[in-house]
Design a protein around this ligand. Sequence first.
Ligand SMILES: Nc1ncnc2c1ncn2[C@@H]1O[C@H](COP(=O)(O)OP(=O)(O)OP(=O)(O)O)[C@@H](O)[C@H]1O
Ligand SMILES: [Mg+2]
Length: 338
Amino acid sequence: MRDRMSRPQPLASIGSFKTKWSIIVVVAIGMTAIMSQVGLELGWPWWVRLLAAITVGLSLVQFLAHGTTYPLRDMAQASETMASGDYTVRVAPAGKDEVGQLTEAFNAMAGNLAEADRSQREFIANASHELRTPVAAIRSTLENIVDGVVPAESKTMAKLLAQTEHLSGLVAQLLDLSRLESGAETVKMVPLDLGDLMHSVESEARLNHPAIELELKSPMGLKVVGDEHRLRQVFTNIVANAVRFAPLGSPITVVVGHQNGTARIAIQDLGPGISDEQKTRVFERFWQADGTPSGSGGGAGLGLAICKEIIEQHGGQVSIEDHHPAGVSVVVELPRML
Ligand SMILES: Nc1ncnc2c1ncn2[C@@H]1O[C@H](COP(=O)(O)OP(=O)(O)OP(=O)(O)O)[C@@H](O)[C@H]1O
Ligand SMILES: [Mg+2]
């Protein structure tokens, strides 16, 4: 490839494929005509003139057209390599014309595919790791019961049940995420009263955590179009995070409001907060801050990734803001139904 690149490419600076080939054709025809005329004047027989004209014409085409077709061959070859799963191949840049632009687009596409492939592999590795931990715990407890080391009493069974529930919760989250991301499941949009939805999220949170200090401030009659089940899942998840990270007994406030055509729901807590660099990372799959407590209702770091996917399918967005004097405000914005 380096050899091809080092040869002169006389038309490389021309920005149009059509112009390039027009020049090649015109120059080749011109030189062929001149050659034929010269041969005539020198008294060459007709077949020598023909041979000389063809040789000169073809040599000129070879010289001028160098660099116009190899990018296409390289791309065909690179596509075959990519089809076999190797996304590291790239094609050499090729001039400024449409073929050159195509090579740039091809390289960008190869880069995106490589990134998607890397992220998919990482996802599978993380998912396998997260699934292996509870499976190993269940297996070792069951082995101990079978060997008679641990009695099959209700305390052990309750522990096994908790591990199984954790496992099935994780599988449900993984399924959710893959269905939402692949588009196999889409949100079912119906008109909803946001106040009613937030009241029912609040009641459920109180039922699960009777000791929490949860305050809901919501205006009446604020409507959005959305999937009730999915939006409930989002807010339950964010409130559960707040409950988990806020100090015991500290207030958690849910403020619902609207501005222009947007409904805004802020879930605020007085917990340890999230640093600026981590504010976008929390939405990555499996990301958890160092020191995030395992157990106590904590999962594998999929909750906010699922929330982001659901909110984006509603045409909204979710972000993390600082809350004063401490903690975070997780802000969900949804298009409001006017
Ligand atoms: N209110 C919060 N205060 C401080 N850190 C938070 C808060 N909410 C989320 N985080 C950080 O973001 C990480 C990712 O949150 P996410 O909800 O995605 O996962 P998780 O709660 O750890 O597990 P899962 O939701 O899958 O059960 C958390 O582990 C935590 O480090
Ligand atoms: Mg969570």
